[in-house]
Design a protein around this ligand. Structure first.
Ligand code: SIN
Length: 293
């Protein structure tokens, strides 16, 4: 697929009247001129998809969306994951919806991923078929911090020094959902019983754009397979430093009413710290994805 926008560093009008405002020189755009609460024509949705494949994460500011409207828009991207965190956060009417929040009601958290900083990661990389897209809708936002940062994984791959590229050629890595490792990489990433994990290629090819992306991340990639652990850790460390370089990153500062959708197949995301005494509430939906190749 050809994903070249008219001038990807400059604001432009789409064929169906939306305006795309690049958010940084390398990743991310804001899209204005569309009300996502209303059904979208195929033409308008194609403009959105084209911008999404080009910028990897798009932000629609100033939206007012109830749960049904958010789900209807998300479904344009594909079938949704309806078993999002079923144990603690099940939404009976809209099972695809999960809350990201630090708010407690009767002493119980109402959502997942409540507090603090999160390292760079890609959603559900510990599953055999990770979600293709994640959509977040900002509802209550702290006065400072809690930004969601996005790193372009195509650039990370394309700019990798040749020596590093040779070392990862044809390799696979084990991705592990173990929050004992959320703060540091001090542990061994042993796969204990019941800990979700999945092996994926270190470099994956995007099924639509055909571009290659570096598909490892600091939060959940445990080790590169078929390599001594200390060598794997040293190599991963170099890859993390490279892919998280500030010049590959766009930090999104939330405003209530922002609807953000990103492509997990070519983009990493992280969260900056925020004051735990301030409320943060976002609604999340994920779109089912394919096995990375
Ligand atoms: C996530 O990584 O899924 C949460 C992102 C955020 O809270 O900004």
């Amino acid at each position: 697929m050809n994903v070249t926008a008219p001038d990807w560093k400059r604001e432009y009008q789409t064929p169906h009247g939306l305006t795309v405002h690049p958010a940084s020189p390398v990743v991310g755009a804001r899209i204005t001129g569309v009300d996502l609460a209303r059904p979208l024509s195929d033409g308008v949705f194609k403009d959105i998809l084209d911008a999404w494949f080009q910028y990897l994460v798009v932000v629609f500011p100033g939206q007012t969306l109830d749960e049904d409207q958010m789900v209807a828009f998300a479904e344009r991207f594909g079938p949704l994951n309806k078993s999002a965190n079923p144990r603690t956060h099940h939404n009976k009417k809209n099972p695809a919806i999960m809350l990201i929040s630090n708010i407690r009601e009767d002493g119980k958290l109402i959502g997942a991923h409540p507090d603090g900083e999160m390292h760079f990661h890609t959603d559900q990389c510990h599953q055999e078929k990770p979600c293709s897209a994640t959509m977040l809708y900002g509802m209550e936002i702290p006065s400072r911090g809690g930004d969601t940062c996005f790193a372009n994984a195509y650039y990370a791959y394309e700019t990798l020094p040749e020596a590093l590229r040779r070392r990862i050629d044809g390799r696979r890595a084990m991705n592990v959902y173990d929050y004992n490792h959320a703060d540091t990489r001090g542990g061994t990433f042993d796969i204990r019983e019941g800990v979700p994990h999945a092996s994926h290629p270190v470099v994956r090819t995007h099924p639509v754009t055909g571009r290659k992306a570096l598909y490892v991340n600091r939060l959940m990639t445990g080790f590169i397979e078929g390599m001594p652990r200390d060598e794997s850790e040293e190599l991963l460390h170099q890859l993390f430093i490279h892919q998280e370089r500030p010049e590959y990153v766009y930090a999104h500062k939330w405003t209530p009413g922002d609807l953000v959708i990103w492509d997990n197949r070519c983009l990493l995301h992280a969260r900056t710290d925020f004051d735990a005494s301030e409320r943060r509430l976002l609604r999340r939906v994920t779109v089912l994805g394919e096995k990375p190749v």
